[in-house]
Design a protein around this ligand. Structure first.
Ligand code: SAM
Length: 299
């Protein structure tokens, strides 16, 4: 069989294997918009990039997909009434289409994850039950559902329901029998000053109290659903080791990549369809690179 020599893989991938090229009898080339020795960012649809990745290749995926809640309602931000709309990427395409989209990207995640690899999916009630159902349908094994409690959550302006003050993070592994990474001791004995519910020297529980991102996490601009760094650092430390390759198909402001860089010795692939958010991520990553250079020059 003759293989096309022009097939180009995203950076960070090994030489394309014969099996991989054979399985992808297409000539494709997508360049990352940003690459360093340990990070690649793609300004594309996540399905197009994940489709290029080999089977059983990724150690950990953190996915914070669209919540599909931008329905022209109102919410409270910094004490003011504002539109709930996050952007056109967050509009619902109707229940069936939203579920179909979630099934497509979760299936791709399953294919690219190593058997012992794990996936985190974050969401609110608008999306998390669909994603949880699909994880079970696609034969993932659910390890935990974490409640991320926001002690500084905005009040409910309509006063018709309880104030929304948490998000859910599902943590699942591809293969129930495979041994996944869980850095139990680091979770039990680590320092989590931001979390008033974590008792020192006691097991980390499944309710995490972490404030929403502070202003210094937004100095390069803000993403409307940016996750706090403390949340992503905890996830990276808990579920990866040095040398692990992490993918975030819905990179947003790049919190996962920034956390991977701060924790250190992890590789990261981030994908986002909006250029503005990739630019924000590049600025955040470059700031860490500059800080690292400054420190290494001081020694
Ligand atoms: C909930 S936000 C992620 C926020 C991120 N976790 C953070 O901390 O900044 C979802 C992101 O997914 C992106 N997005 C939506 N649909 C996408 C798709 N099909 N492929 C890639 N990115 C997509 C949006 O542009 C948005 O930035």
């Amino acid at each position: 069989m003759e293989y096309k020599t022009e097939v180009q893989q995203p950076d960070l991938l090994p030489e394309p294997s014969v099996a991989y090229i054979a399985a992808n009898e297409m000539q494709r080339s997508i360049e990352p918009v940003y690459k360093t020795s340990d990070t690649a960012l793609y300004n594309n649809d996540c399905l197009d990039i994940m489709n290029l990745l080999p089977d059983n290749y990724i150690d950990m995926i953190f996915a914070d997909p669209p919540y599909n809640l931008s329905n022209d309602g109102i919410t409270c931000h910094a004490g003011k009434m504002v539109s709930v709309n996050k952007g056109k990427w967050d509009k619902s395409n109707g229940f069936e289409n939203d579920v179909e989209f979630h099934e497509k990207w979760i299936s791709e995640c399953r294919r690219i994850l190593k058997p012992e690899g794990t996936i985190w999916i974050s969401g609110t009630n608008h999306s998390i039950y669909q994603c949880g159902f699909l994880l079970q349908k696609l034969k993932f094994h659910i390890l935990n559902d974490i409640s991320w409690f926001k002690p500084n959550a905005a009040p409910n302006l309509a006063c018709t329901t309880f104030a929304h003050s948490h998000e859910t993070l599902l943590w699942a592994k591809k293969d129930k029998k495979a041994k996944h990474i869980f850095n139990y001791e680091k979770m039990k004995n680590g320092i989590f000053n931001e979390d008033k519910m974590k008792v020192p020297d006691k097991q980390m529980r499944s309710v995490w109290s972490i404030p929403t991102p502070s202003p210094d996490e937004k100095i390069f601009g803000k993403h409307p659903t940016q996750k706090p760094l403390a949340l992503l650092k905890r996830i990276v430390v808990a579920s990866t080791n040095e040398g692990c390759l992490i993918v975030d198909p819905f990179n947003g402001g790049g919190t996962t990549g920034v956390a991977a860089k701060i924790v250190g010795n992890r590789e990261y692939i981030g994908i986002d369809i909006e250029k503005e958010y990739i630019d924000l991520t590049i600025n955040r990553l470059n700031q860490i690179n500059t800080q690292n250079t400054l420190f290494s020059n001081e020694q």
